[in-house]
Each structure stands twice: as structure tokens, then as C-alpha cells.
Design a protein around this ligand. Structure first.
Ligand code: HEM
Ligand SMILES: *[C@@H]1O[C@H](CO)[C@@H](O)[C@H](O)[C@H]1NC(C)=O
Ligand SMILES: *[C@@H]1O[C@H](CO)[C@@H](O)[C@H](O)[C@H]1NC(C)=O
Ligand SMILES: *[C@@H]1O[C@H](CO)[C@@H](O)[C@H](O)[C@H]1NC(C)=O
Ligand SMILES: *[C@@H]1O[C@H](CO)[C@@H](O)[C@H](O)[C@H]1NC(C)=O
Ligand SMILES: CC(=O)N[C@H]1CO[C@H](CO)[C@@H](O)[C@@H]1O
Length: 323
């Protein structure tokens, strides 16, 4: 009797821990309802990434921005209407891309299993599969079962997505407000190992850091000089620069290596070195094996932020409009 009671309690704890880990998500949620779902996503994402190597960065950033506003509920995909300005109109979203590919995946899934697979799961899988393309195997596990939100507000995107001007305490606070730790912050900032930044997000660091025509002293001066050859003035808001020079297409721990050399692009990158704890985590991630393991774990945690499951939300028919 006592044995079965403790077995019951242990099972209960295991169940609760499992639920907490994924916020109600599960492995292969579509196993019965749409067994091909994950293969279809991977096939279409890989086809597109093979043609356009800028896409992994677009999808990784899209997933991050989606999760930080109302949880990972595909609210980032909703178009603005006459009466509502959606997340897509926000300042941080102006350079997000890849929406057409998400719609291509959704169209195919609606043909195979109508009304089953959420846009929120497609975004999470697209981030994983696009980044994993060059490795030909999934880099992290994506639990599924997210449902789609019905609300998307430009004001929330502008206030909830951390800005590149943030200092350490604001970054920490931003991640904490999503239930993520400083460890997650340092690990996930490693997403900046792929993709590009527009000059206007960091040119004050090159030309007018304190308003006296000066550069940010925490930015390596040789690297700052190089960046000035790319971004010719404070007004340049069109030129893009690789965030991880020379390795900007390759997903690896080079972000943390160059960050350690004071070559992070944004103030928010440099800020990770201003806190002892965070700076120690940067050092740990100089070990590639450690980086890949930790990145996988933090992506799973980010992918569970504020998710809608069960009967909450809906399964959108088209990803850019609510049903
Ligand atoms: C910690 C706070 C963060 C800040 C302040 C931040 C800020 C930015 C900014 C300003 C850009 C440049 C956008 C552009 O100029 O087009 C960018 C790009 C990017 N970010 Fe972040 N980011 C943060 C965290 C993350 C996280 C957690 C991820 C994903 C795990 C991520 C993934 C990316 C990627 C992949 C790009 C490149 C996008 C492209 O090439 O189009 N970022 N980020
Ligand atoms: C690649 O994808 C990006 C993001 O959607 C898009 O802006 C760009 O035009 C695409 N490039 C090509 C060559 O299709
Ligand atoms: C970080 O930025 C906030 C807002 O700009 C400011 O109030 C705070 O003092 C800054 N913290 C540090 C440690 O510089
Ligand atoms: C640099 O910043 C100062 C203070 O904000 C401003 O007065 C000045 O116009 C800026 N310089 C340029 C070239 O924008
Ligand atoms: C870039 O700057 C120009 C001139 O200030 C402005 O008209 C334009 O809207 C800006 N573009 C973006 C994408 O911010
Ligand atoms: C990709 C995307 O939808 N970008 C939008 C961002 O917001 C501006 C308006 O501020 C739109 O014009 C863009 O289409």
C-alpha cells in the first residue's frame, strides 16, 4: 500500500515536471492526427534554405520575436487590418522575413491535414529545421501542440522585444519576464552567430556614442574602424553587416568567441560582458560541445514561453489572418 502510494506520488511529480518543462507541449503531438507534419515542414524549409541561405537567420529571429510577445503563438504572422496595427508593423519587425515560406508550409499542411497543425508549431519547427539544414540533422528537439493566438498588437512588440541599446539589467529583466534566466540570455544571444544587422542599430557605437562624436570604448577599436568602412554615416539605415564576420552563414559558437574579443555588434551583445556571472557563461560557451548542448536546451525553454495548448486559441486556416 505504502509502495503504491509513493509510486503514485512519484508519477504525479514526474507528470508535473514533464508538463512544466514543455508548458503542456509534447513530443510528436501530430503523430496520430497528421503523421507527416514534421516531415512536410522539414522538406519545404530545407528546399527553401537550399535556395536562400539568409533564411535560417530570418526564422530563428522570427521564432524569438514570436515567443517574446504573447508567447509562441504565431501572433507575429498576423497582418494588420484597418482597425488593428499588428506586431508586423513594429520597429523590431521591420526586418523580419520568411513569411512567404511559412505560408507555403501552411498551404501544404492544410492540403494534407486541414485544420490540424498550428502556425505557432510551424514557426518553431521552421527555426529548428532551417538552422539545422547545414548539419543535415535536427540540432534541438521541438515539442509540439502549440495553438495560435488571435491577438497581435504593434504596441506589445515594441515594448516586449528587447532593444539593441539595452544594458545588462534591462536584458536580464526582459528575459526574466518570460521566465528565462541569465543563462538562457547568454546562450540564446548566440543566435547572432548567423545573420546580419542594419547599420542604424549600432552606428552610434561607431560615431556618436556619448554625443561627443566618439566611439564606444567597449568595442574593439580595429573592429570599429572596419565597421565604419561599411556604415558610412549615422543616417545609414539600409546597409547590412554580418554580425559574425566571416562566419555569418555558419551556425556555431563563433559569436561567443568574437564577443570575448569585444567584437559583439550591438550594445546588448557587449552588455553580456559587463556582468561577472554572464561573462563567465560566455567563457563556458567557448567550448563548442557545451554551446550546442546549451543552445538546444535554451531553445526548448524559449519555445515553451506562454504557449497556448489544449482548447486555448485556435488552429489558423491561414497564418496571416485569424479565423
Ligand atoms: C538579447 C536580446 C536581443 C537583442 C537586443 C537582439 C537584437 C537584434 C537586432 C537589432 C538585430 C538586427 C536586425 C536587423 O538589423 O535587421 C538582430 C538580428 C538577429 N537576431 Fe537578435 N537580438 C536579441 C536576441 C536574439 C535571440 C534570443 C535570438 C535567437 C535565438 C536572436 C536571433 C537573431 C538573428 C538570427 C538575427 C539575424 C536576422 C537576419 O539576418 O535577418 N536574437 N537581433
Ligand atoms: C531570401 O529570403 C529573404 C527573406 O525572406 C528575402 O528578402 C530575399 O529576397 C530572398 N532572396 C532570394 C534570392 O530569393
Ligand atoms: C540600465 O538602463 C536603465 C534604463 O535606461 C537605467 O535606468 C539603469 O540605470 C541602467 N543600469 C545600469 C547598471 O547602467
Ligand atoms: C551626436 O549626439 C549629440 C547629442 O545627442 C547631437 O547633438 C549631435 O547632433 C550628434 N551628432 C551627429 C553627427 O548626429
Ligand atoms: C531610413 O531613413 C530615411 C531618411 O531618414 C527615412 O526616410 C526612411 O524611412 C528610413 N527607412 C527605414 C527602413 O527606417
Ligand atoms: C515584414 C513586414 O511585414 N514588415 C512590415 C513592418 O512594418 C512596416 C510598417 O511599419 C511595414 O511596411 C512592413 O511591411
Amino acid at each position: 500500500m505504502k509502495g503504491s502510494l509513493s509510486f503514485f506520488l512519484i508519477s504525479l511529480v514526474a507528470l508535473l515536471l514533464g508538463a512544466c518543462r514543455g508548458g503542456g507541449l509534447g513530443k510528436s503531438f501530430y503523430k496520430e492526427t497528421c503523421p507527416e507534419a514534421e516531415d512536410i515542414v522539414q522538406k519545404i524549409i530545407w528546399k527553401n534554405v537550399a535556395l536562400n541561405s539568409t533564411l535560417p537567420a530570418k526564422f530563428l529571429r522570427m521564432h524569438f520575436h514570436d515567443c517574446f510577445v504573447r508567447g509562441c503563438d504565431a501572433s507575429i504572422l498576423i497582418d494588420s487590418t484597418a482597425s488593428n496595427s499588428a506586431e508586423k508593423d513594429s520597429i523590431p519587425n521591420q526586418t523580419v522575413g520568411g513569411f512567404d515560406v511559412i505560408e507555403e508550409v501552411k498551404t501544404e499542411l492544410e492540403k494534407k491535414c486541414p485544420g490540424i497543425v498550428s502556425c505557432a508549431d510551424i514557426v518553431a519547427l521552421a527555426a529548428r529545421d532551417s538552422v539545422s539544414f547545414q548539419f543535415e540533422k535536427p540540432l534541438w528537439e521541438v515539442l509540439t501542440g502549440r495553438r495560435d493566438g488571435r491577438i497581435s498588437l504593434v504596441s506589445e512588440a515594441n515594448s516586449q522585444i528587447p532593444a539593441p541599446s539595452f544594458n545588462f539589467s534591462r536584458l536580464k529583466q526582459s528575459f526574466a519576464s518570460k521566465g528565462l534566466t541569465v543563462h538562457d540570455l547568454v546562450v540564446l544571444s548566440g543566435g547572432h552567430t548567423i545573420g546580419v544587422g542594419h547599420c542604424n542599430f549600432f552606428s552610434r557605437r561607431l560615431y556618436n556614442f556619448t554625443g561627443k562624436g566618439d566611439a564606444d570604448p567597449s568595442l574593439d577599436s580595429t573592429y570599429a574602424a572596419f565597421l565604419r568602412t561599411k556604415c558610412r554615416s549615422l543616417a545609414d539605415n539600409t546597409t547590412i553587416v554580418e554580425m559574425d564576420p566571416g562566419s555569418g552563414m555558419y551556425f556555431d559558437n563563433n559569436y561567443h568567441k568574437i564577443l570575448r574579443q569585444n567584437k559583439g555588434m550591438f550594445q546588448s551583445d557587449a552588455a553580456l560582458l559587463t556582468d561577472n556571472g554572464a561573462s563567465n557563461i560566455v567563457d563556458e560557451l567557448l567550448d563548442p560541445a557545451k554551446f550546442f548542448t546549451e543552445f538546444a536546451q535554451s531553445m526548448e525553454r524559449m519555445g515553451a514561453v506562454g504557449v497556448l495548448t489544449g482548447t486555448s486559441g485556435e488552429i489558423r486556416k491561414k497564418c496571416n489572418v485569424v479565423n
